[in-house]
Design a protein around this ligand. Structure first.
Ligand code: HEC
Length: 132
């Protein structure tokens, strides 16, 4: 039972190397969990300190018609989409994520230039989406 679930998870993300999975999880725990919660459910210790509600990141796919909006999430994390909770152009993550620029292909085939950390944390978020 557990084994077949694991095979399913691995089959769903063939491009994800083990090292990137660890980088994504560690980046998430270090930079995001304080607000979004250790499990991504929007219940981190900092939620009481900020005035904007913190979204449940395991529900991103569900809120987007069941499909994880990979490219949109990359842009939210790397700061191209200004979110109030992330301080506009994301000064929060500028230093942490700078300096490891990389190119990748989005699932729809379009090229994306962002940082390896942003890619890793986006893949991590994709992997924690709640089943519908
Ligand atoms: C200071 C608290 C805080 C931290 C730290 C934080 N976030 Fe957020 N995040 C928010 C808030 C608040 C929102 C809601 C956006 C808004 O309305 O401005 C949000 C929204 C998002 C969204 C959009 C969710 C949706 O469904 O639209 C994503 C994706 C996201 N954050 C990812 C991350 C990632 C990845 C990190 C770590 C690199 C991170 N956040 C760190 C507070 C935070």
């Amino acid at each position: 039972m557990l084994k077949s679930a694991l095979v399913l998870i691995l089959a769903a993300s063939p491009a994800l190397a083990a090292g990137d999975q660890i980088l994504g999880r560690e980046t998430y725990q270090g930079a995001c969990a304080a607000c979004h919660g250790a499990e991504g459910k929007g219940d981190g210790p900092m939620v009481d300190l900020i005035s904007v509600p913190v979204p449940d990141l395991t529900g991103i796919a569900a809120r987007n018609g069941g499909e994880f909006p990979w490219l949109k999430v990359v842009h939210i994390i790397d700061g191209r989409t200004g979110l109030r909770g992330h301080g506009g152009p994301m000064p929060l993550f500028g230093a942490l994520f700078a300096g490891d620029t990389t190119a990748a292909d989005a699932p729809d085939g379009s090229p994306v230039i962002t940082s390896a950390r942003v890619l890793a944390v986006t893949d991590y978020l994709a992997s924690i989406q709640a089943a519908e």
